[in-house]
Design a protein around this ligand. Structure first.
Ligand code: ADP
Ligand code: MG
Length: 365
């Protein structure tokens, strides 16, 4: 049975999620999972790099360090399992996005985490750089997970959405009629703003369970101001990142609302995530939204989504057989399997690319 490793670190920059997985008869069989956190200094340097601060030396050094950490995550994952490196077909490594600028005359997207080094340190063929080919074909390079969502989560007769709440939120619509096109796009920020504000105000990397936000009130003026951001009004295809939705973006609005208390800002940012999802949701009667990513672990956010997205039902992807933490890493293991089997991985209806493409660059062991 073919077995793959998926390595994922998203825009939250919290650390690396690693999964060892097979896809027998179109099912997902998980053999092992493992997570490692980024050391504080690496995380801080990555955050600053993603906000336009950093030289080529800094990028090169972090490319090497992050590549080493991705390899460590894969090697520790294998140690936890009964598999050895030579039994793995390939690693799918998303890498760490430090810049995503899909629009304008010179579109580019940059994921670091040296895949050549991952191959050297693991002895396993590694597929990386999944986004660039789609972008070269005129696409957004994102989101790439909808093809995986379609393969494993679509159900004839049920309108489903998959909502990934990482640093950024992305939504996939899986029509009840499976012959209809799957669509998807980034709705905007999910945890990125809440994390940035929480870190700035409390020193903690995120607001565990939304406890701090639950002590605050929504500031309607600030909320309307934040909602006026042009990105939320733009039609798909679209994708975004933390070079836009970051601490500076919050502070720009706060200068117009200097009286708002810190705890109320946190509550308002949580509401912003829930509302931007709800406002961009294609409402179908009886639709269910299956949530994945770290945001699924935030009960305050899940409650807010339930309210703003009503009458749609909100639940987590656990209800369709995959724990929220492992959806994205599994998707990149699956995308690696597509690449290695010379199959396409992007959905042009989602990304806006000129056509389907075999995505990813292969570093052979
Ligand atoms: N218990 C929790 N309460 C609130 N937020 C959480 C909790 N657990 C995780 N998160 C949020 O999820 C984020 C990580 O989610 P993840 O899916 O890994 O995002 P990414 O794909 O961007 O790395 C954290 O930064 C945090 O904001
Ligand atoms: Mg993460």
């Amino acid at each position: 049975m073919d077995t793959w490793i998926g390595l994922m670190s998203g825009t939250s920059m919290d650390g690396i999620d690693a999964i060892l997985v097979s896809f027998p008869d179109n099912h997902i069989q998980i053999h092992a999972t493992h997570s490692i956190s980024y050391p504080d200094d690496i995380r801080n340097r990555l955050v600053s790099l993603s906000q336009n601060k950093g030289s080529p030396d800094e990028i090169g050094e972090l490319d090497h360090r992050v590549g080493g950490l991705f390899a460590t995550a894969a090697n520790q994952l294998l140690e936890k399992s009964s598999f050895s490196a030579d039994q793995i077909q390939a690693i799918g490594s998303h890498g760490q996005t430090i810049r995503h600028q899909p629009d304008g005359g010179t579109p580019f997207t940059l994921q670091i985490g040296d895949a050549a080094l991952i191959t050297e340190l693991t002895g396993i063929t590694t597929v990386a750089d999944f986004r660039r080919r789609d972008m070269a074909a005129g696409g957004q390079g994102a989101p790439l997970v909808p093809a995986f969502h379609r393969a494993y989560f679509s159900a004839e007769g049920e309108d489903r959405c998959i909502l990934n709440l990482g640093g950024i939120a992305n939504l996939t619509q899986l029509p009840a009629d499976r012959s209809r096109a799957v669509t998807g796009f980034d709705t905007g920020p999910a945890n990125a703003l809440m994390d940035a504000w929480c870190k700035e105000q409390t020193g903690l990397p995120f607001d565990t369970d939304g406890t701090w936000a639950s002590e605050g009130d929504i500031d309607q003026d600030l909320l309307s101001d934040l909602l006026s951001e042009a990105y939320f009004q733009r039609p798909a295809p679209k994708s975004t990142g933390t070079e836009k939705f970051n601490l500076e973006w919050i502070q720009t609005s706060l200068r117009r609302h200097p009286e708002v208390e810190a705890v109320d800002v946190q509550r308002t940012l949580l509401e912003l995530t829930a509302l931007t999802v709800a406002k961009q949701l294609p409402q179908q009667p009886g639709m269910t939204i299956y949530v994945c990513g770290g945001g699924a672990r935030n009960p305050m956010l899940m409650k807010a989504l339930q309210r703003t997205c009503s009458p749609a039902t909100i639940t987590s992807t656990s209800a369709i057989g995959l724990d929220p933490q492992w959806v994205e890493p599994t998707a990149f293991a699956w995308l690696a399997s597509r690449t290695m089997n010379h199959k396409t991985g992007n959905l042009p209806d989602v990304t806006g690319a000129r056509g389907k493409r075999i995505i990813g660059a292969i570093y052979y062991a």
